[in-house]
Design a protein around this ligand. Structure first.
Ligand SMILES: Cc1cc2nc3c(=O)[nH]c(=O)nc-3n(C[C@H](O)[C@H](O)[C@H](O)COP(=O)(O)OP(=O)(O)OC[C@H]3O[C@@H](n4cnc5c(N)ncnc54)[C@H](O)[C@@H]3O)c2cc1C
Length: 266
């Protein structure tokens, strides 16, 4: 049985959610709960209060706004996976998050805010040049995905803010997503890769190869300038900082990160 007797606040509107966050910066935010409930059950998180966003109106859904796609923070991975307006690489990444039960409940905002370096959607936001909308009673600001993750589980989100939406620009070109794990499904990633290229633009973004999801800028510049694939692969292996851990070794991660890029670029 869950050992959690903390009060649960269930705001119905964004305004009430932001007020609750301002009043209780100590509280744990819960969206789908697929990370939070695991932490509570394991005893590593003992919330003083919970702000439950699941029923909050205006935070879930996908819509086109001008040249951008707006994805509400509590939009689930299943919602993302079945919407044809969503870029294919993001839909693919959503379908690798756990199994269907997790995809039906887990949210994109939860994946972003949980900030695990092995979060499967994180390199995709980087490769697609996403902006994150962070809101509080003080106002709303946008932070580029590239500036959001600042250290292991450290982010640009202030204590009184919520992630409210993700904005995707209408990008062109060819993109590719690849998750490498022990199995094809239900595995924590050893390497996650999302790449995108169009005329003069390249994005090479990785997860699970360092304390934060990251882009390898030197390799991106080389690719955009037309360098040979072998050179791009070399710069990728040089540019990531993987760790040895229970799931994999540093050498394996560096080798595989280069391989997935090499195979994509052919
Ligand atoms: C069996 C299982 C398998 C899984 N497999 C995968 C996998 O393959 N790949 C993967 O990437 N993840 C996986 N996960 C982790 C998890 O499902 C995802 O990270 C999911 O996207 C989390 O979303 P959530 O809405 O459930 O987050 P929650 O658990 O509700 O929240 C996660 C964190 O984000 C914070 N938060 C959530 N929403 C907001 C917001 N709007 N503003 C501010 N803070 C917020 C919470 O306070 C918490 O710190 C798995 C989990 C389980 C239990």
């Amino acid at each position: 049985m869950l050992a959690c007797t903390a009060p649960v606040i269930r705001p119905q509107t964004l305004r009430d959610a932001l007020r609750a966050r301002a009043d209780r910066p100590d509280a744990t935010v819960l969206a789908g709960g697929t990370d939070v409930m695991v932490y509570i059950e394991a005893g590593v998180l003992r919330p003083s209060a919970v702000i439950d966003l699941w029923g909050c109106h205006g935070l879930r859904g996908i819509e086109v706004r001008g040249n951008e796609l707006r994805i509400g923070a509590t939009t689930t991975h299943s919602d993302v996976a079945r919407d044809p307006r969503v870029p294919a690489v993001l839909r693919e990444s959503a379908l690798t998050v756990g199994a269907v039960q997790i995809q039906n409940r887990g949210t994109v905002g939860g994946n972003i805010c949980n900030s695990s370096p092995a979060g499967d959607t994180l390199p995709v936001w980087l490769a697609l040049d996403a902006d994150f909308q962070l809101s509080s009673v003080r106002g709303t600001r946008r932070v580029a995905a590239a500036d959001y993750w600042q250290g292991y589980k450290q982010t640009a989100l202030a204590a009184d803010e919520l992630l409210t939406a993700i904005y995707l620009p209408d990008v062109e070109g060819e993109a590719h997503f690849r998750k490498v794990g022990t199995r094809m499904a239900q595995a924590i990633s050893k390497v996650i890769f999302c790449g995108r290229r169009s005329q003069g633009v390249a994005r090479l973004a990785f997860g699970a190869v360092g304390p934060v999801p990251l882009r390898v800028r030197a390799a991106e510049d080389a690719l955009a300038a037309g360098a040979p694939v072998s050179e791009v692969v070399r710069l990728v292996r040089e540019g990531i900082v993987p760790i040895d851990d229970v799931r994999s070794t540093r050498d394996y991660r560096a080798r595989v990160a280069g391989n997935v890029v090499g195979r994509w670029l052919g």
